[in-house]
Design a protein around this ligand. Structure first.
Ligand code: CA
Length: 227
């Protein structure tokens, strides 16, 4: 059976090409063009994933994220306009899983949808203590990291930060959420620590730390572990 996606977007052109691409990728797509029609659709069927435009004619998509998160962990991919940094951060805080900036590429959009669905599915399965990416293997049960067969020493904070990012792989984790989960507080004036620790992790784990492919920076928002 096909996975069902709900596409909430008021611009017909974006709706059309997004829907076409998703159907080509073998998803079934329902559409809504306002908060009202989205609420109606959600009352009648439970989608496997929601694509949500924030600027809707009858209100802000943020309200919908709040409401959905009261009863469901269905992945939400936000479609946001460029340069609305604060809006993206608010959406992630409200419980969105990821965002795409308009105009977005079709291939990127489909890849994000698939990654979110995989991650959501994985959460439901038993967590495996060993995670591999590239030539790196992380063993969470034994606190061991190996790169190209050689043990890599990580400090306790580095290991914790890596774990927080890996457990939310594919998702943008905001700076304040990272600081909350690693250091136990989210004071913005500590954000330079985060940069330092990310850069140390890149030096230890990335093949080219100046061009990271796993520990990615989402400018002005946070970090994403990509595997
Ligand atoms: Ca809109």
């Amino acid at each position: 059976m096909k996975l069902r996606l709900l596409l909430i977007e008021d611009e017909p052109e974006i709706r059309r090409f997004t829907r076409n691409a998703l159907e080509k990728a073998d998803f079934a797509v329902d559409e809504a063009d306002s908060l009202l029609t989205a609420t109606h659709a959600l009352n009648h069927a439970k989608p496997d994933l929601i694509l949500l435009d924030l600027g809707l004619p009858d209100g802000d998509g943020l309200q919908l994220i709040d409401r959905i998160r009261n009863w469901s962990s269905t992945p939400i991919l936000v479609l946001s306009a460029r340069s609305q940094e604060q809006q993206k951060v608010d959406a992630l805080h409200a419980g969105a899983d990821d965002f795409l900036v308009k105009p977005f590429g079709i291939a990127e959009m489909v890849a994000r949808v698939q990654a979110l669905l995989r991650r959501h599915h994985k959460q439901a399965e038993d967590e495996t203590p060993i995670v591999r990416f590239g030539d790196v293997e992380v063993d969470f049960s034994r606190h061991l990291v190996v790169k190209q067969g050689v043990a890599v020493h990580l400090t306790a904070i580095e290991f914790k930060l890596l774990g927080v990012l890996i457990r939310q792989a594919g998702k943008v984790v905001t700076q304040s959420a990272l600081m909350q989960q690693v250091w136990g507080n989210s004071q913005q004036d500590n954000s330079h620590y985060l940069r330092i620790y990310i850069s140390r992790l890149r030096k230890k784990l990335e093949n080219d730390p100046s061009r990271p492919v796993y520990l990615l920076n989402e400018l002005g928002v946070g970090y994403r572990f990509k595997n």
